[in-house]
Design a protein around this ligand. Sequence first.
Ligand SMILES: C[S@@+](CC[C@H](N)C(=O)[O-])C[C@H]1O[C@@H](n2cnc3c(N)ncnc32)[C@H](O)[C@@H]1O
Length: 350
Amino acid sequence: MILTEGKVRIEVPEFQKITSKNKVFYNPEMKMDRDLSSLILSFYKGVVLDGLSATGIRGIRYVKESGLESIFNDINPEAVKLITKNCKMNDVECKIYNKDFNVLDVEAEIVDIDPFGSPSRYLASAFRIVRPKGILCVTATDTQALCVSKKACIRKYSAIPLRTDFFKELGIRILISTILREGMKQDYSIEVMLAYAHKHYMRVFLNVKKSLKGIENNIRDLNIVYYCSCGYRTYSKDIMQGCPNCGKRINLSLPVWTGEIKNDNFLNKLMKKEITPDLEKILNIIKNEINVPFYYDPHRLAKTYKFDLKKIDLVIEELKKMGFQASRTHFSRTGIKTDADLLSLLKIFI
Ligand SMILES: C[S@@+](CC[C@H](N)C(=O)[O-])C[C@H]1O[C@@H](n2cnc3c(N)ncnc32)[C@H](O)[C@@H]1O
């Protein structure tokens, strides 16, 4: 069947269900991310490698909408046939590879990896392929591994996750930490332009640059995150024995990226462009999010402290009146980001 997405027409196989078992994979649920990726990449120049292309939709949109030159790759020969067809249908010059991403011998200013599940096995190659100053776009759909499953997280991300009320943000920060730790091995530092979680996936856009000075700075933002069931949370490089709030044993997650996960100037530029309503909605929330790691979920705190809930916007207003920064977060409808400590936040409810 032929679909229109953005400015391109694309042939995708007929499918009953969205599954990686389809002859060639296409997921309409990722349209918003493709809209966003194409918008973000329109601010960059050069060659983009659509490393796990499937139908070729990303690479084709990057040519038609972002003004880039695309290289396509997919290990599946059926995908390569379809990419060839789709490039022709859209008058896009096609340089297509049918290889395992990890043996690709190409160079590109921008590398996009959009795999089934975890991107971790492709990160070393992404850094090998990207130019010394470039951009990486990375998707992860194994949010269970990043946010919940300790064994899977250790195996795939060499990191320890933690069940918290801010699990989505912790998951994306573990993903960024993994990307950074892989990049550092090849002398790359990172600057996160935007990291967001939506539906079943997480997506990170990073400027990467070979720079030992940059790495030194990045390392300051790799920390241990501490979290107690009383709601207390902090991050540090130091070892902490017990919870400073309730004295109980404190749990930890590591290594976690605690640096910025968006670039506000860049977001302002994105929002000046013509964008779809769903993109505008999520970007607006992200733009207004304060740059403080980890949100609170009053629903979770209410279970522990047995208080009546209040409207999120009212709580945010109260926090601001108390002199704290506070905002909603795109990670959770019921979440609040604030630089207030736990006890100050609880005063609003108790
Ligand atoms: C999630 S799909 C990509 C979806 C596509 N980017 C889009 O936006 O529609 C992942 C693709 O990676 C391909 N793939 C899986 N393992 C690969 C590997 N080792 N090297 C290259 N491609 C691979 C699969 O054949 C599949 O087409």
